[in-house]
Design a protein around this ligand. Structure first.
Ligand SMILES: Cc1ncc(COP(=O)(O)O)c(C=O)c1O
Length: 337
């Protein structure tokens, strides 16, 4: 049953401690495939003492590195989650369109701010009124659905003429930057707000660093909401270095593509191609309710945590290294479908 009112905060992947207790397997024995985070993170160097000691004065260098990396002027925020939580306080939209299956924090925070929600299966099905906002996640987590830049721009133009907004969550876009709307070669519509994250591709989820692109007035509103030191000095220091490391970006993109292909090949041994969707950071299986349940429990009994979405009968599997793949393969081989 989908809890459309979301009285309780959504749950997320990565809850290893709870799994360790439930399945009585020591924490250190688990293989965590329950997130869409790069299993090989950007290697964090040691941080100079004064970075710890002093408050960050400005984020100019960080934002300059981000502008170069994303191809647009962006505002540094403590994770894209911060924007998800705060946009409802900044945007007046009364009605908000959300993907039917998606990262549930969007829904949760709009509901907390008492907005009316509509759910859509495809962008083409959206019929916006004046002042509506649309949330689009590209690629979508967990469905893996993708939208074209042309369709996104077309919708953003439509919303602009209705004085509405398009909030585009590109948290998982970094492996395929050529599909980002920020690479669009013409001026972006003023209705467009784009969220980016350093958590997924860089594998730095714990750093709590992200960016938001938006028109000047939105950036100013968000800036005021942020206050003076919302992004920690170590996060700004590390983020700048990671964003400038173009050699690593190329290496990581190649690695992730290869790992995703390997994972797809493995998962195709247990589901037909129609039931498998993939991005360069995770794969998602569409199953029956009982099979999703069975696969989740089977993997957990082997000390492998995957993400179960019982409300949609889906299992999301994150990428892993060679050893992890071997472990997953041997667990899947003895799953009774
Ligand atoms: C689609 C999507 N957007 C945004 C976020 C938030 O990421 P962060 O706050 O680490 O940037 C997540 C986290 O899982 C996500 O799945």
């Amino acid at each position: 049953m989908i809890d459309r009112n979301m009285k309780t905060p959504p749950q997320h992947g990565g809850r290893l401690q709870a799994a360790a207790e439930q399945f009585n397997i020591p924490l250190s024995d688990w293989l965590d495939l329950s997130t869409g985070i790069n299993p090989v993170n950007w290697n964090v160097p040691s941080i100079p003492q004064q970075i710890w000691q002093r408050l960050p004065e400005r984020y100019e260098q960080l934002e300059a590195a981000a502008a170069q990396y994303y191809g647009a002027q962006v505002l540094a925020i403590p994770g894209s989650q911060w924007a998800i939580q705060n946009l409802p306080t900044v945007l007046k939209a009364e009605r908000v369109w959300l993907p039917k299956e998606a990262y549930e924090e969007h829904q949760y925070w709009w509901l907390r701010h008492q907005r009316n929600l509509c759910f859509y299966e495809s962008l083409a099905a959206i019929t916006p009124n004046q002042y509506d906002a649309v949330v689009c996640i590209n690629p979508n987590n967990p469905t893996g659905n993708t939208e074209s830049v042309a369709d996104i721009i077309e919708l953003a133009d439509r919303l602009q003429s209705l004085q509405g907004y398009l909030i585009l969550d590109e948290a998982f876009m970094d492996p395929t930057p050529e599909h980002s709307v920020l690479c669009y070669d013409q001026e972006l519509p003023a209705s467009l707000i784009v969220l980016r994250s350093l958590g997924k591709f860089f594998g730095l989820a714990g750093l709590r660093l992200g960016f938001v692109y938006g028109g000047e007035s939105i950036r100013e509103h968000l800036q005021r909401q942020l206050g003076p030191w919302a992004v920690s000095h170590p996060a700004a220091y590390i983020g700048e270095l990671a964003l400038r490391d173009t050699n690593w970006h190329c290496y990581a993109r190649t690695q992730l593509k290869e790992q995703s292909n390997q994972l797809q090949r493995l998962l195709l041994q247990i589901v037909p191609a129609n039931n498998l969707r993939s991005t360069h950071l995770f794969c998602t299986l569409r199953l029956t309710e009982s099979k999703a349940d069975s696969l989740y429990n089977h993997c957990a009994r082997h000390g492998i945590l995957v993400r179960h979405f019982p409300q949609w009968a889906k299992i999301r599997v994150g990428l892993t290294t060679k050893n992890g793949m071997e472990r997953l393969q041997s667990a899947l081989q003895c799953w009774e479908t």
